[in-house]
Design a protein around this ligand. Structure first.
Ligand SMILES: *Cc1c(COP(=O)(O)O)cnc(C)c1O
Length: 346
């Protein structure tokens, strides 16, 4: 049975071209700064993000953690969205490992944090308060539906943060999806932030890794933190070789995934019993809800689809996530649609 795995774009396997590049990658000891392929990846990433330097890290979680530990002291406070990846899905690492205090603000349906909320959250200088030190934004915002933050919004939020001395970090795990959807180069979407992390291993198909980009001084500090966390990876050029292709080639085809997400969502919307509570997709993620009128529960729905080889994500009661990526084609989308239609008719 063919498996159609749309739980996430993290399930993407490397392309044959990536495997070939990995096999012949030139490598060296990256902890000594001597892996030419890692160095090339870092320079390419920094250039794409319009920053001075880049640092190859094991994961997006590690990139956000390193950025936070490089920017903050123990007891400092970081402002972030309550639907942000760092708050929801990073195992509390900034607190556990950095003694950093999260201050969450409500994510608006468009993925933003209200500027008035950010302003109100920034602490004055008073011995009773933690020090406000950092602001984390997320683009695309995953839990709000893979929505795109505009350049204008990011510039305004960053200006506000900078006015109060905050380090502004962009969790840009899917910044190339945002760039494709907004039709703006990624560097323009992040030109006003101090640091940005993006994932090579999601829609871009590389097997492992993210890159953290920022000023030279910031990345020097981040490199120390990466070593401290055990993230100095030696002959990592084997992985970086795939990362280079991820940026050079895979970042250029994301529109295709967005078109498929739209095709899937529009098809699902015509099926009685399927609702779209958090809106139609702007990028590669589709978030349908099963109406209460449908007798089947979440668990049965997921199992019945799995029986047909379709693996989908669950984000809440009757809420699901289907993510389009390189290994999903139009026929797969149509098979998902016909399968859901058949299941809900029964
Ligand atoms: C996937 C993701 C990350 C990082 O995830 P890893 O699995 O650690 O690579 C960070 N932020 C967002 C918004 C993500 O979607």
């Amino acid at each position: 049975m063919k498996i159609i795995d749309v739980r996430s774009d993290t399930v993407t396997k490397p392309t044959p071209e990536m495997f070939a590049a990995m096999a012949k990658a030139e490598v060296g000891d990256d902890v000594f700064g001597e892996d030419p392929t890692v160095n090339r990846l870092q320079e390419l990433a920094a250039d794409c993000m319009g920053k001075e330097a880049g640092l190859f890290v094991a994961s997006g979680t590690m990139g956000n953690l390193i950025a936070t530990l490089a920017a903050c002291q123990r007891g400092d406070e970081v402002i972030m969205g309550d639907l942000g990846h760092t708050f929801l899905f990073e195992a509390g690492g900034i607190s556990a490992l950095g003694g950093v205090f999260p201050h969450t603000l409500q994510n608006q349906p468009d993925g933003t944090l209200r500027l008035t909320d950010i302003r109100a959250a920034i602490r004055s200088n008073d011995v009773h308060f933690p020090r406000s030190r950092m602001l984390i934004l997320e683009n695309t915002q995953n839990r709000c539906g893979g929505v795109v933050l505009s350049r204008d919004y990011t510039d305004q939020a960053a200006a506000l943060g900078h006015e109060h001395g905050l380090h502004v970090h962009m969790d840009g795990a899917r910044i190339f999806n945002a760039s494709a959807a907004a039709k703006i180069p990624a560097r323009d979407l992040v030109c006003s932030v101090d640091s940005v992390t993006f994932c090579l291993s999601k829609g871009l198909c590389a097997p492992v890794g993210s890159v953290l980009c920022g000023s030279k001084a910031f990345i020097d500090q981040a490199r120390r933190v990466r070593k401290m966390l055990g993230g100095g990876m030696r002959q990592a050029g084997v992985l970086a070789a795939a990362g280079i292709l991820a940026i050079e080639k895979m970042s250029l085809r994301l529109e295709e995934d967005h078109a498929r997400a739209k095709r899937l969502a529009e098809g699902l919307a015509t099926i009685p019993g399927v609702r779209f509570d958090i809106g139609m997709p702007q990028t590669n993620m589709v978030f349908p809800t099963l109406d209460e009128s449908v007798r089947m529960g979440s668990r049965e729905f997921v199992q019945r689809l799995a029986d047909k080889g379709i693996r989908i994500g669950v984000t809440g009661d009757r809420k699901f996530r289907l993510v389009m990526h390189y290994w999903i084609d139009n026929a797969d989308v149509d098979f998902i649609l016909s399968s859901v239609r058949e299941l809900l008719r029964a």
